[in-house]
Design a protein around this ligand. Structure first.
Ligand SMILES: C[S@@+](CC[C@H](N)C(=O)[O-])C[C@H]1O[C@@H](n2cnc3c(N)ncnc32)[C@H](O)[C@@H]1O
Ligand code: SF4
Length: 451
């Protein structure tokens, strides 16, 4: 058995979440445009393409929020932003080699749920002009239950929504006060019912542990409420407190934040309750009903991880639309301009708004694959590594064996055929994964807590 208290004290260091490799702080200014253009030039109708569309607006500002968003009390800037998104879709069409078939389209934010139905429909129509959309195309949207009204439901139905992701965080009124996010259980359950009534068979709920004033009792109640709404998936994220990046997080009283050991125990409690209720644990922080696609992918060893977290989307190429969105292809990563005003200017000038980028070396591709498999499967089979990248992988196998040999905390083991994160150390996966990150060794960026 590992001594989790000792490990938490020993490694009280920030670690990346590894939704990409290399991680976003390593992207280089000026490289994004050419990487996106060469990706668009080599699109292939035989391969499904996925899109991430970012809406950087919310009608409230939650103090815990780590997303790229801005509070707006007026709708006019949102209409202008939708105009720009449509112009960006047309621009992508002009610069693409073909009219690819879409695999998944995800609207994230911010709160895409604040879009009026007419704007949702405008975006969907523009997508249909530039890309092919068929019955297998998955369309998902992140929803703030505060935005729920008949027009929103009508808009979601009209665009052919197939999956919804609902933000809950915590239902306890004291915790909600501490994060500035009032939201009742009834209001949230009404939204779930409304989504089910329009035929949405895949509903995800986001909840958090490690929030200010959260304790195991309060978390247990929240989880029981979440389970009673019968979602298909639950994302149980650890609150990332990074006030040096997200200034509004300094509204949170740091004295109210649970310590490392309490955070660890909260994560374990959530796991216990959800697994007891029939959810399968997926990766580090997701749970799914056993018949859900995410669980099926995890069981087949084909679960993926991208900028949005764990996914069943097998796409090779993901294009990000909207301010700050990140995309990825076999060539590298590309990120759109972050400030909304500058992003809008670029699109209106007819230039692709990707600014930062990162071109993969072969070493990045191999390490990226190793890191993705460890984050998804918690093990690495050396024969799979060689089947994918050839016999030149010997040095990576040797490195993995050396990492396991030097481990004094019981986190990982290796044989001649595989590297494994130990069952009782899965919560520390990011610490192990970081050992394969050759960029981290050279950087001094500050990330969030490891657990
Ligand atoms: C774009 S928001 C979800 C949609 C909608 N805006 C809402 O709040 O309901 C995406 C999710 O990221 C998670 N999140 C936001 N800030 C976070 C933070 N600082 N640490 C961990 N997770 C965070 C929350 O669980 C949130 O539901
Ligand atoms: S958590 Fe959601 S609603 Fe709250 S500020 Fe962040 S993106 Fe907006």
């Amino acid at each position: 058995m590992i001594d989790f208290r000792k490990i938490l004290v020993k490694y009280d260091t920030p670690v990346p979440r590894y939704t990409s490799y290399p991680t976003a702080p390593h992207f280089i200014q000026g490289l994004g445009g050419e990487l996106l253009q060469s990706t668009l030039s080599s699109l292939d109708t035989a391969k499904r393409l996925s899109l991430y569309i970012h809406i950087p607006y919310c009608d409230r500002l939650c103090w815990f929020c780590g997303c790229h968003t801005k509070q707006t009390n007026q709708y006019a800037p949102v209409v202008k932003y939708v105009d720009t998104l449509i112009a960006e879709i047309m621009l992508l069409g002009e610069k693409s080699s073909c009219r690819p078939l879409l695999g998944e389209v995800h609207f994230g934010g911010g709160s895409p749920s604040l879009l009026r139905s007419e704007d949702m429909i405008r975006i969907r129509q523009a997508l249909g002009l530039v890309f092919q959309i068929d019955k297998a195309t998955q369309i998902s949207v992140e929803i703030d239950p505060n935005d729920h009204n008949d027009d929103m439901i009508y808009g979601l139905k009209s665009i052919g929504l197939t999956r919804a992701s609902i933000g809950v965080q915590d239902f306890d009124p004291e915790v909600q006060k501490a994060i500035n996010r009032p939201q009742s259980f009834e209001q949230t359950f009404d939204l779930v019912r409304a989504l089910r009534s329009i035929g949405i068979s895949s509903v995800n709920v986001d909840a958090l542990y490690g929030l200010p004033l959260q304790n195991k009792q309060r978390l247990q109640k929240t989880i029981e409420h979440v389970i009673s709404m019968e979602p298909d998936r639950i994302a149980m994220f650890g609150y990332a407190h990074v006030p040096w990046v997200k200034k509004h997080q300094s509204m949170i009283n740091e004295g109210d934040l649970p310590g490392n050991i309490e955070r660890y125990e909260q994560a374990k409690l959530a796991e216990e309750l959800l697994v007891q209720s029939g959810f399968q644990k997926i990766g580090l922080d997701h749970y799914a009903r056993p018949d859900d696609k995410l669980a099926q992918c995890a069981n087949q060893g084909i679960l993926r991880r991208n900028f949005q977290g764990y996914t069943s989307d097998p796409c090779e190429t993901l294009i990000g639309l909207g301010a700050s969105s990140i995309g990825q292809s076999t060539e590298g990563h590309f990120q759109n301009i972050v400030p909304t005003g500058q992003y809008t200017l670029a699109v209106n000038n007819g230039t692709l708004p990707a600014a930062k980028g990162y071109r993969f070396t072969q070493d990045d591709r191999i390490r990226g694959w190793i890191i993705e498999r460890l984050m998804c499967d918690f093990h690495l089979k050396f024969d799979e590594l060689e089947a994918r990248f050839g016999s030149k992988c010997e040095t990576y196998v040797e490195e993995a064996i050396a990492i396991a040999k030097s481990d004094r905390d019981g986190l990982c083991t290796a044989t001649s055929t595989r590297f494994q994160i130990n069952d009782d150390a899965l919560a520390f996966t990011r610490l192990v994964v970081a050992k394969f990150d050759s960029h981290l060794k050279q950087s001094d960026f500050k990330f969030s807590k490891a657990v």
